[in-house]
Write a protein that binds this ligand. Structure first.
Ligand code: PEP
Ligand code: MG
Length: 602
């Protein structure tokens, strides 16, 4: 590749910071793609009825060409990207979504504006809508809407598509943004890493980089201005650092860091399919959390002992109408079969809170986290609940399916939910359906009142799973989506540790297992403390499984219990943090150095 030298004096050792999106360290030449042939558009008014009609035709034409283009890409997709082909199906659906398609036509008609401008306005509206969503994954799906509309715009303006498929040398791609479709077209052997100015940890681009194991950094502002093609870059996807044109000393530091990381990764990979047993033979389970059926492969690849939490909201959020019993049944049955003989814990719908479906016609209220969500919503909207329960029960014969109710705050909710479950069982029996009559029923402990009642709730449950994401939010009165109090969201808060201990003790006294399935379970920093508190199972983002398993296999239950006992002695969160960090840095130095980044990539 010919370097396009744009500056007289090259910067040296200049450090830029972005958000780490895919772990790994890579050193190589930069290949900068300006603003990705961004389409620039302006507004024009349409004076006559005929012009409006023609403009709508032009828009429909562009959509049709975009559909053909996406379909062609989909049909030519190579093997490494097959598992991501669903993104292209999503893009085909977005193309005909009301939000984009109908809204653009409406704007052309009513505002009498050109198609490009109307489409841009429709996208802005969609952006405003998505902005209100707290769930970072769903929120970041606006990137798909933007990508699809960019493609339509290119067809409207006659611009060229962007292609990463014909690179001749290995490079680190630096660009404003990289859509999933761009990514599926790139030559994997040539793109060693990428840096984008936009995007977040949960963008498809980041997720794909992780599954292709290509180091990546996102949200590095002005990257395309600071970096020129031909510069040598160190891309540290573990901490989001880019070093421009490193001198030999800097290069040496990073080469050593790279070697250490790769040795660690190899070591971690080795233990991911081994059982999670401590040095003193205490057996635990390390499970995966999933939100979509497509993630089961990832869970299997990373050595999950089962699915500890299947969040089932996605099927309700991704379409404009409620999913049918058959759709749900198909989905649950597939997941159960894929994981069999390992188990799958299906959590019933946790809609409301930060996950709102516009078609369900409930206003979020001023305090949605404390509003009509999860089990409360299901007990109110029993038709929706019953449909889901029927689907789960019917799927239960295809694997080891367990059922779990979210956001339980007291006994009455459990009694009501179980009564409905029994009712559905009777109904299915009458209809002659096969299902597991003794399907295990678990409760999520994520409200402080449930902690206080854990001894009573344990008598009503086959297992507990502590949802620390919500438990921390409600126990410490910290909105989990509010950036101003994010620093107060502290898993090692003494109150949180005591609550976990109380739930574990109550569960064990009643002879049931206690899992943790919030984000805390997947952070290797907390693994020994949770083990020591007596937690039986940890369920997490699949990528965290190997690191967490490695800690379990390198720790003894005796030391973990001692560790937890000491941690419980401290009265302030700062003291607990200092204690846990101090011990972990000494006891598991490599995990401390790289493990958290490796575990939290997704
Ligand atoms: C939790 O609250 O910890 C949990 C696992 O559930 P969610 O994050 O889906 O609310
Ligand atoms: Mg929760």
């Amino acid at each position: 590749m010919t370097p396009l030298v744009a500056r007289e004096v090259w910067p040296q050792n200049k450090v830029l910071k972005g958000i780490p999106a895919s772990p790994g360290i890579i050193i190589g030449p930069a290949y900068v793609i300006g603003d990705k042939n961004k389409v620039h558009i302006s507004q024009t008014y349409l004076a006559t009825f005929d012009q409006v009609t023609l403009e709508i035709e032009r828009f429909r034409d562009a959509v049709m060409h975009t559909r053909q283009e996406i379909t062609t890409i989909k049909n030519s997709i190579t093997d490494e990207f097959q598992e991501h082909a669903y993104i292209l199906d999503t893009h085909l659906l977005i193309l005909q979504d009301k939000l984009l398609y109908d809204e653009t036509i409406r704007l052309i008609q009513q505002e009498k504006i050109n198609a490009e401008w109307a489409l841009q306005q429709a996208v802005k509206k969609a952006q405003a809508l998505f902005n209100k969503i707290a769930d970072p994954y769903i929120k970041s799906r606006i990137l798909d809407v933007e990508d699809v509309s960019e493609r339509v715009l290119r067809h409207l303006t006659g611009g060229n598509p962007f292609n990463l498929g014909n690179l001749s040398d290995p490079v680190i791609v630096v660009t404003h943004d990289l859509s999933p479709v761009d990514t599926t077209q790139m030559s994997v052997d040539k793109v060693q890493g990428f840096i984008t100015e936009t995007g977040g940890k949960t963008s498809h681009t980041a997720i794909m980089a992780q599954s292709l194991e290509i180091p990546a950094i996102v949200a590095l502002e002005k990257a395309t201005q600071e970096i020129d093609t031909g510069y040598t870059l160190i891309l540290d996807g573990l901490n989001g650092t880019v070093v421009i044109n490193p001198d030999p000393k800097m290069l040496d530091i990073y080469l050593q860091r790279k070697k250490k990381f790769e040795d660690f990764k190899y070591d971690v990979g080795k233990s991911s399919f081994l059982p999670a047993i401590t040095l003193d033979e205490h057996q635990t389970q390390v499970l995966a959390n999933i939100e979509f059926q497509e993630e089961v492969d990832l869970a299997l690849d990373y050595g999950a002992d089962g699915i500890g939490l299947y969040r089932t909201e996605f099927l309700y959020l991704r379409q404009q109408q409620l999913p049918t019993e058959e759709e749900l049944f198909e989905d649950y049955q597939t997941v159960a079969k894929m994981m069999s003989p390992n188990r799958v814990t299906i959590r019933t719908l946790d809609i409301g809170g930060d996950k709102f479906a516009s078609h369900l016609e409930y206003a979020p209220g001023i305090n949605p986290a404390m509003g009509l969500r999860a089990i409360r919503f299901c007990l109110k909207e029993q038709t929706i609940f019953r449909t889901q329960l029927r689907a789960i029960l019917r799927a239960s014969v295809f694997g080891q399916v367990r059922l779990m109710f979210p956001l339980i705050s007291g006994i009455q909710e459990v009694t009501a939910a179980k009564r409905i479950l029994e009712d559905i069982k009777a109904e299915l029996r009458r209809e002659g359906h096969d299902f597991n009559q003794d399907i295990p029923v678990g409760l999520m402990i994520e409200v402080p009142s449930a902690v206080m009642l854990a001894d009573l709730l344990a008598k009503e449950a086959d297992f507990f799973s502590i949802g620390t994401n919500d438990l921390i939010q409600y126990a410490l009165a910290i909105d989990r989506g509010n950036k101003y109090v994010a620093h107060m969201y502290q898993p090692l808060h003494p109150a949180v540790l005591r609550m976990i201990k109380q739930v574990v003790d109550a569960g064990h006294a009643a002879g049931i297992t206690v899992a943790v399935c919030g984000e805390m379970a997947g952070d290797p920093l907390y693994t020994p403390v949770l083990l020591g508190l007596g937690v039986d199972e940890l369920s997490m983002n699949a990528l965290a499984i190997p690191v967490v398993k490695r800690i379990v296999r390198h720790a003894s239950m005796e030391e973990a219990q001692d560790f937890a006992r000491q941690a419980l002695q401290h009265g302030t969160v700062n003291e607990v943090n200092a204690y846990v960090n101090g011990v972990m840095a000494k006891r598991f130095p490599e995990v401390f150095m790289f493990g958290r980044e490796l575990a939290s990539a997704a």
